[in-house]
Design a protein around this ligand. Structure first.
Ligand code: ANZ
Ligand code: ZN
Length: 822
């Protein structure tokens, strides 16, 4: 796509950028601790993966977070806003295989490119806090943390059927499987039985759920809902059925429907199906299991799929009714949820009803909801109602019935109240190279030995090119010299674990390291963490609503329990920015539907792109780059620069213009409130209005020069959070010595004089000993105390008193104050 060069105005964004960037570098403006002693604010964007140069999505996310960070700096807070990279991961490895290099080469080259882009994009980073998760100085501590989790049983090994991506040749976490396909490459995911490592996230299910209360209102509702659904707490009961000689427990959320259980189903792919099966049904079951195994998860999860299954020729004894019901194996019951077996209540569960109709099984209503008979309508009734056909429980309401039946089951030892979670433990091991090596040694004599702290980090060996090609085992297994080691315990021959960690482990704690990334005595500096945590504003895409945020919350809680952290939640507030799209659809290299950030920056300049990003709409909304006007932003910024030039060259004077003062105060007041609630697009609209008002006042003859200067100055400070280069230009045109350190980015956010915000004012006469000494413009509803204070501080009163004490000040708000000297 070729675009005509932009017509250069007297204001050239590139000249302005080149002028100020080196000055800022020298002034080192954004170091955390600059406002030591002031209240702290920690602003964080979800750190980037170094996949190439920054793209439009980055430009949006960082434009937003940077407004927040700079705003807090201007408000006098001590702000931590650190840069870093999530620099382990598959793309580096794939690139390395293609180019015959080490993954570090590609990774660190990209990091340098992105770092330089961030610098030019004028993100107010404290560069002294920079970190990369693939540095041995960082992953040393990821390994250290892993061994702490091991010690506490929060990391463990088990053999399990895991999601396997045949394309990437690696295991995937449940979270990385999207509708049966690999989240990364889209290949259909298969299952494999492998010994893998897990973090025991499930131990924290309740707290992860309950603590979301604290986040309500400051995290997006939909993120909280997604986390809640992902954790998926279901309250119900375990009920024991007897099948032949075996007791088979089911999980149900509806123990009140026990009298309506007309059949029993086990997951076809669970071992239980085989053990319950009558000998003469085995052949049929085997055939069915093959059919199930061949189906993809996508097919199995489709709800409109006809129900299939096999009668196992067995009977299950209902512990409450004493009834014997037929047992089926079917694929709509999942092997890894609950107990992998259910009591089927077709009248009140749609899946069971579909199955009952396919297999001609009885449908018995046991909760009268007032709806029509499910056997006739084909629609199960799930609602509240009164129990029927339920023996001694008839007439009870659903909730009472659940309570009574669970109590009776417990009394008879046939069941208990139970809570079930959808959440699974976090599978953290990966059979890939470019990740944090798992710091464990396998010794024939001693078993699995964690690498002691003083032998960390276990540094990755130097493998490159074809040696990294995946072959079902980790490429690390091929590094014989690296693999063969000595046992830290007995000193005998031993081998290293060849798996690496999921990169989500690296990002589950990076916000802690940022507080002092140079710390040598632990993963994070306890004092620095006490000072900066929790993150006050986290900004990132909604694609991380579940995984990363859940893992970071889990790590925070686990580290809290180890006594290493005070906080229990890492991120006090979260904002999900929208996406930058083009002509209604997502940008993608493959379809060519792409806007290149570098091109936009060369054409329009940094400030115009930043301003466009926040002016396009509320931060949460998607931005269609086809609908916005960066050239409009350039024009606006040129207007601001010209205003700065014109007002800056007026002769200095004290003359004020109340009308101008009022417009400025009103804008300051509104913008302050708008930025606080992240309505950044509306704030920009206010800047534009203010700019026009100041221009008009200037062109009308510039009476109140002092007011005009103050107005342009206030505009520069506020706009500086959005368009840092132009604001600095204006600031310097007003006479500030930026080179000498008087940068707009070291200035203070303007405050709005409340008196100027009042639409109508009343003149208050101030007397001293009965003589008029001053007149004040005050709000008609001003309070007595406030008016007294104003009067006593007024120039006329101070002069008249001439040091004498005040006996009494008689206040008749809002029109009169009479000060009586002692
Ligand atoms: C009897 C019943 C009657 C049920 C009724 C529901 C309604 P949630 O809320 O998702 O936890 N179930 C249990 N384990 C299952 C598995 N492994 N695969 C498929 N379904 C399973 O769902 C719990 C309900 O889902 C359980 O309660 C069980 O069906 C079914 F009127 O038991 B219910
Ligand atoms: Zn040993």
């Amino acid at each position: 796509m070729t675009t005509p060069p932009l017509e250069r105005e007297a204001y050239d964004p590139h000249t302005v950028q080149d002028r100020w960037l080196p000055v800022w570098d020298r002034l080192d403006l954004y170091r955390a601790g600059r406002a030591a002693g002031a209240e702290k604010k920690y602003v964080l964007d979800m750190f980037p993966y170094p996949s190439g140069d920054l793209h439009m999505g980055h430009a949006e996310a960082w434009a937003i977070a940077d407004v927040v960070a700079r705003y807090w700096m201007r408000r006098g807070f001590d702000v931590l806003h650190p840069p870093g990279w999530d620099s382990f991961g598959l793309p580096a490895e794939n690139a390395a295989i293609k180019r015959g290099e080490h993954p570090a080469t590609w990774t660190y080259a990209n990091i340098e490119v992105q770092a330089e882009s961030f610098r030019r994009y004028a993100i107010a980073f404290d560069w002294s806090k920079r970190l990369h998760t693939s540095d041995p100085e960082y992953y040393r501590w990821t390994q250290w943390l892993f061994t702490r989790f091991l010690e506490r049983g929060l990391a463990y090994r088990k053999s399990s059927a895991v999601n396997w991506c045949p394309q990437d040749q690696t295991v995937l976490a449940n979270e990385q499987v999207v509708q049966g396909a690999c989240e990364r490459c889209g290949a259909v995911v298969t299952k494999r039985e492998l010994t893998q490592r897990f973090f025991k996230v499930t131990d924290y299910a309740d707290r992860l759920l309950d603590d979301m209360e604290q986040l309500k209102g400051s995290w997006p509702d939909r993120v909280l809902l997604m986390q809640k659904n992902w954790i998926g707490r279901s309250v119900g009961a375990h009920v024991d059925f007897v099948v032949g000689s075996e007791t088979v427990t089911v999980f149900t959320t509806r123990p009140d429907t026990l009298y309506g259980a007309t059949f029993f189903v086990v997951a076809a792919d669970a071992p239980l199906a085989l053990s319950l099966c009558a000998p003469d049904r085995l052949a049929a079951l085997e055939a069915y299991r093959e059919q199930v195994a061949a189906a993809t998860d996508i097919e199995r999860q489709a709800t409109d799929r006809p129900k299939t299954g096999v009668d196992l020729g067995a009977r299950a004894l209902n512990p409450v009714t004493g009834e014997q019901v037929p047992v089926y194996a079917a694929d709509y019951v999942l092997a890894d949820y609950g107990t992998g077996a259910i009591m089927a209540v077709p009248a009140h569960d749609q899946r069971d009803l579909d199955f009952a109709r396919a297999f001609d099984l009885p449908v018995r209503v046991v909760v009268d909801t007032g709806a029509e008979d499910p056997a006739v309508t084909g629609v199960a009734t799930a609602g509240d109602g009164v129990l029927v056909n339920s023996g001694p429980y008839d007439g009870l309401r659903k909730d009472e019935a659940i309570e009574r039946i669970v109590a009776d089951l417990e009394a008879r030892g046939a069941g208990t109240g139970a809570v079930n979670y959808r959440l699974r433990d976090w599978l953290l091991s990966r059979q890939r190279f470019w990740g944090t090596p798992i710091p464990v040694v396998h010794c024939d004599g001693c078993g699995l030995v964690p690498v002691p702290d003083d032998q960390l980090p276990v540094v990755l060996p130097d493998l490159r090119g074809d040696a990294l090609r995946p072959a079902g085992t980790s490429p690390l297994a091929g590094a014989t010299e690296w693999v063969n080691t000595t046992c830290p315990t007995c000193g005998g021959a031993a081998t290293r674990d060849t798996d690496t960690m999921d990169t989500f482990v690296d990002s589950a704690w990076y916000f802690l390291r940022f507080c002092n990334p140079d710390y040598l005595d632990g993963p994070f500096d306890p004092e620095a963490v006490r000072q900066w945590m929790p993150v006050d504003q986290y900004v990132g895409g909604v694609e991380h609503a579940i995984l990363h945020l859940l893992y970071a919350r889990f790590f925070t809680k686990a580290l809290h329990d180890m006594g290493l952290l005070d906080v229990t939640e890492p991120f006090s507030a979260l904002m999900n920015q929208g996406q930058v799209i083009l002509n209604g659809s997502a940008m993608s290299k493959t379809t060519g539907n792409l806007v290149n950030l570098g091109d936009e920056l060369s054409r329009f300049g940094v400030d115009a792109v930043r301003l466009t990003m926040v002016f396009a709409g509320p931060p949460e909304d998607d931005i269609d780059w086809a609908d916005v006007s960066p050239s409009g932003a350039v024009k606006y910024l040129a207007r601001v620069a010209r205003l700065g030039e014109d007002v800056g060259s007026l002769p200095l004077s004290d003359v004020r213009d109340v009308a101008v003062d009022k417009v400025v105060a009103k804008t300051v007041d509104e913008v302050t409130r708008l930025v606080e609630v992240h309505r950044l697009n509306v704030a920009v609209a206010r800047f534009m209005e203010l700019t026009s008002a100041l221009r008009k006042a200037h062109d009308a003859g510039a009476v109140g020069v002092a007011s005009l200067r103050d107005g342009v100055e206030a505009l520069a400070v506020m706009l500086g959070c959005f368009a840092p280069y132009t604001a600095e230009e204006v600031w310097s045109r007003l006479g500030h010595d930026v080179d000498g350190g008087d940068s707009v980015h070291a200035s203070t956010w303007p405050s709005a004089d409340p008196l100027l915000l009042v639409e109508e004012t009343v003149t208050c006469v101030v007397q001293v000993a009965g003589k008029v000494r001053d007149r004040l413009e005050v709000a008609p509803d001003i309070g007595e105390d406030e008016l007294r204070a104003l009067a006593l501080a007024s120039d006329g009163v101070v002069k008249a008193l001439d040091g004498r004490a005040v006996k009494v000040a008689i206040v008749r708000a809002p029109k009169l104050v009479n000060v009586v000297p002692a």
